[in-house]
Design a protein around this ligand. Structure first.
Ligand SMILES: Cc1cc2nc3c(=O)[nH]c(=O)nc-3n(C[C@H](O)[C@H](O)[C@H](O)COP(=O)(O)O)c2cc1C
Length: 413
């Protein structure tokens, strides 16, 4: 019987342990977490979501305060079309975060950054280009493009000196999405170095509709493999979504995957950015406490705990400070908020029940997004005398994936 350590992922000249910890915004996949994967010989991801806010917290900067001041004129209106990101500041924040993590890098693994196209930031092309260029300038080993078809993303960096040497990959949830991406980039003669195939059991936003339960990762992997074979393309595929044990991972590695991307098990690691209370909430969750809903203003379904603190809160949209989801001055939360305000006499009593102000609440860790298997996390650790759960280290979880066999999960000491 094999374990994950019997396999290796080959990316160009690099050979790594075929375990990738997925990007988890906003800074749930902290540099500390990502760097553990790197130290242990795998691949870790930083998250680029709300980078200016993340850089403020890590480096004592004031990017968010400065952005708020520059956009004060929009404060008393729901028309946010004039809200702007300062591209210089955005680049500086990204460079600081990435270069800080790259300098701290130890071991033979690789450090990537997860970059979501859906963060449209009221100027999607310019901000996406700034984020990608800054990450490459700061020396990131690779960029994983996510949350969108990313049809133009390669074009935005085609002139960058590292365009052909940095590892560039994409997350897809269907063979069709990959086909669109590859056709769109044919002229650039630049294939992705890896493709993450994410099924419907993943955490965060899903690349499916509310009929997500009709799909399954194995079938999608087969379809993507068949497409690559038909096109005579050889690109490593990385399976993601619901891979909970080393044995689950081996199953994919023996059937055409070159690696696995995992996240849920690391949400409760000591190094994850979630606050302790959220980690304990994840650990105590039962299967019926987890839902896929349409609370995200992105329009994509999102999986979260039903008792996510952000649900039902009616805060004023905070786009002057954040505004990461603005597109032409709009965000679905603003619309939902405006509707809700009309229903109450006192603005302070506004409750928005069908959308979350994702920026503000993700930033405060009040959106408890999680993978389908979150209810199994309690089986991966021990309960302490006070009733709380012991938080395992990222190293413990990584090695459990790497060496375990026979569906066994090693509990932390
Ligand atoms: C808490 C959480 C946050 C996530 N945030 C992101 C994100 O910001 N961007 C992204 O592309 N994927 C995100 N994901 C998806 C993961 O990167 C990963 O592909 C997937 O969850 C793997 O499945 P697993 O959680 O069952 O192991 C998130 C997952 C979780 C659990």
């Amino acid at each position: 019987m094999k374990c994950v350590d019997d396999f290796r992922l080959q990316l160009g000249s690099e050979e790594v342990v075929p375990i990738m910890i997925g990007g988890m915004g906003v800074d749930i996949s902290t540099p500390q977490l990502a760097l553990e994967a790197v130290r242990l010989g795998g691949i870790g991801h930083l998250s680029d979501a709300m980078m200016m806010d993340t850089a403020d917290r890590y480096f004592g900067k004031h990017f968010t305060r400065d952005k708020t001041r520059a956009n004060m004129a929009s404060m008393n209106t729901m028309d946010k079309s004039n809200v702007r990101f300062n591209l210089g500041m955005l680049a500086e924040a990204t460079r600081m975060h990435v270069s800080g993590a790259m300098e701290a890098k130890r071991g033979h693994g690789l450090l990537f950054i997860n970059l979501m196209e859906k963060l449209t930031m009221n100027a999607s092309r310019e901000t996406m280009q700034t984020r990608m260029v800054a990450a490459l300038d700061a020396g990131i080993d690779g960029i994983t493009l996510a949350a969108g078809l990313n049809q133009n993303s390669f074009h935005l960096i085609q002139d960058h000196p590292r365009f052909r040497d940095a590892k560039l990959g994409i997350v897809v949830s269907s063979a069709r999405a990959l086909q669109i991406f590859i056709r769109r980039n044919a002229k650039l003669q630049r294939l992705p170095d890896y493709v993450i195939v994410e099924g419907p059991l993943a955490g965060g936003h899903l690349g499916f509709g509310m009929d997500w339960a009709k799909f399954d990762l194995k079938t999608i992997m087969d379809e993507v493999q068949a497409y690559l074979k038909k096109e005579n393309l050889d690109i490593p595929l990385i399976a993601a979504g619901g891979i909970f044990t080393g044995t689950d991972a081996v199953d994919f590695l023996e059937n055409g995957a070159s690696a696995v991307q995992v996240a849920t098990r690391f949400t409760i690691s000591r190094e994850s950015g979630l606050p302790e209370a959220a980690k304990q909430a994840y650990l105590s969750a039962m299967e019926e406490d987890i839902e896929v809903n349409m609370q995200s203003p992105t329009g994509y379904p999102m999986r979260m705990l039903k008792n996510t603190p952000a649900i039902g809160q009616g805060i004023r949209p905070n786009c002057e400070a954040y505004g990461y989801l603005l597109e032409n001055g709009k965000c679905e939360y603003i619309d939902a908020y405006e509707q809700a305000v009309k229903l109450v006499a006192d603005r302070d009593k506004t409750a928005v029940n069908d959308r979350i102000c994702l920026c503000t609440h993700m930033r405060n860790y009040d959106v408890w997004t999680c993978g389908h298997n979150t209810y199994r996390l309690k089986d991966t650790t021990r309960r302490l005398e006070d009733g709380s759960y012991l938080l395992p280290s990222a190293e413990h979880i990584f090695k459990d994936y790497q060496f375990s066999k026979d569906q066994k999960i090693l509990l932390p000491e």
